[in-house]
Ligand binder design. Sequence first.
Ligand code: BV8
Length: 228
Amino acid sequence: MMFERIVILTGAGISAESGVDTFRDRNGLWSKIDYRDVATPEGFAANPVLVHDFYNMRRRRIAELEPNDAHRALARLEREFSGEVLLVTQNIDDLHERAGSTNLIHMHGEHLSALCAACGVRVAWQGDMSVETPCPSCGAVGHMRPDVVWFGEMPYQMERIYTALRAADLFMSIGTSGNVYPAAQFVQEAGRSGAHTIELNLEPSDTFDDFDEAIHGPASRVVPSYVD
Ligand code: BV8
């Protein structure tokens, strides 16, 4: 099959072998902390210190890690493929960028970005954040938050993503459990538009039956062998 327009969705599993925690695996993040306390606007309003600690811990951890062969294979695909490759990630880490991917959407936000809930400005961010952090733009204190999409919030660039899904002739889903919407519905959207759909995951995801094809195994092995 010759493809011209590829859309790739990635989740925490593509970064697992780099050392990034996944969410729903046996000892994943949601087995240690209730997502409602740290990944919802209500949780942030109720206890901003806990939420800042949660994201500061993850930001520090990601800074120590490196991309793996799966990230590098996707960056190579973007460089060498004659058609279009759009990479949509649910991950907030910057391992795709550090591997060289450029045509990339962080639909759930980024750990290296911060948002002021008072003035709405979005700024590049390194290091810790706290309830005392002033907004670099409006100066307000107590309104800076991680620029990530929490449950109940609208993911970023959905229009652009659905346009690409409807035009795709290949949809690849890598390292995601297919638990979180609307990302979990992308395979159906792409399939309805005639794309060939494949899941590359450690084990069958919750949306496994929606795919035309699946290859199961660790991303750093199955992704290079599929894309190279
Ligand atoms: C929204 C914050 C609407 C960032 C996260 C139906 C339709 C639409 C919405 C809903 C719906 N039903 C329910 C909803 C609401 C909700 C939802 O989906 N709830 C779930 C629990 C049912 N969705 C939302 O709220 C979304 N917003 O719908 O807005 C709206 C409309 C109008 C106006 C306003 C709003 C927002 C969802 C985003 C939530 N944010 N996190 C952060 O802290 O990181 S969720 C969290 O889950 C992360 O973002 C993560 O990226 C995402 C998905 O998790 P995965 O990446 O899949 O990770 P997981 O651990 O689950 O799986 C890892 C996989 O990797 C496993 O399969 C494993 O086998 C595999 N793996 C492990 N190791 C390897 C591997 N694979 C390969 N190699 C390995 N080595």
